[in-house]
Write a protein that binds this ligand. Structure first.
Ligand code: ADP
Ligand code: ADP
Ligand code: ZN
Length: 224
């Protein structure tokens, strides 16, 4: 391909509860990139009364990864929509080496590539605290935390007044499984992208604003 369309693909990498979704809200706005969160895709499918819905529930609800064949097919199909043709903020995908390789292949096939991988480093015990206090809005998917980022009125979304709920997979047992899965299957991606020279590592234990400023610096260095 000789065309010089500016394409920008940014991957958000980090453990469950590291702050990917929280940061994506601000970053997508600042960078003008559309947000594609695999967890949102699966949360929507798991509500469906279909075979696929049942399959997703059987993994998601236990804190297990949806198998690679299904995930790769679904998320790469979603990514091929027109709105992602010039770039995207990928949040929660890839999560395994096979997913990462499949993503590289699909992008390369059309002369595109991942520009930057933003790695939010947060220790396991803090991930547990973040998951166990996390609250989501039924109306607009806004993310809160019981202690770190409480809504003004308990149980109600500041933005849309919607009801707040706890994710089924933030329960203690599923959260433990997700952490184990993360360290086994997803953390190897840190080395994978570091070797490609694409990794930008940020201390995710800082305030939401401080993390956001560092991430912005990472992406503004993208064209070095
Ligand atoms: P992820 O998408 O990586 O799973 P979220 O963005 O949903 O993470 O954040 C997980 C929880 O941690 C939420 O309850 C959120 O409010 C809280 N949180 C996010 N970033 C921070 C931060 N920098 N400091 C403290 N709490 C945070
Ligand atoms: P978190 O924000 O806590 O990191 P997500 O919302 O991204 O969690 O994902 C929730 C669940 O959705 C995962 O535990 C898994 O069941 C499923 N899921 C999301 N992304 C993927 C993926 N790339 N591969 C397999 N399963 C996924
Ligand atoms: Zn809301």
């Amino acid at each position: 391909m000789t065309s010089v369309t500016v394409t920008r693909y940014v991957v958000l990498l980090g453990g469950p509860g590291a702050g990917k979704g929280t940061q994506a809200i601000n970053l997508t706005k600042r960078l003008g990139l559309p947000h594609l969160a695999s967890g949102d895709v699966f949360r929507s499918i798991r509500q469906e009364d279909s075979e696929l819905g049942a399959l997703v529930r059987s993994y998601y609800d236990k804190g297990l990864l949806v198998p690679d064949d299904v995930t790769i097919r679904m998320i790469l199909a979603a990514l091929s929509a027109d709105r992602y043709v010039a770039g995207a903020m990928l949040d929660g995908f890839p999560r395994t080496l096979d997913q990462a390789r499949a993503l590289d292949e699909q992008l390369e096939a059309s002369g595109r590539a991942i520009g930057r991988v933003l790695y939010l480093r947060v220790p396991a015990e803090e991930l547990v605290r973040r998951m166990s206090g996390r609250l989501l809005c039924r109306g607009c998917d806004a993310v809160y935390h019981e202690r770190n980022n409480p809504p003004r009125e308990a149980g109600r979304c500041d933005r849309c007044g919607g009801e707040l709920y706890q994710r089924v997979d933030d329960s203690e047992e599923a959260a433990r499984t997700r952490l184990e899965t993360y360290f086994r299957d997803t953390e190897p991606l840190v080395a994978y992208y570091r070797e490609q020279g694409k990794l930008c590592e940020v201390d995710g234990q800082q305030s939401v604003g401080a993390v956001g400023r560092e991430l912005e610096r990472c992406v503004s260095e993208e064209g070095r």
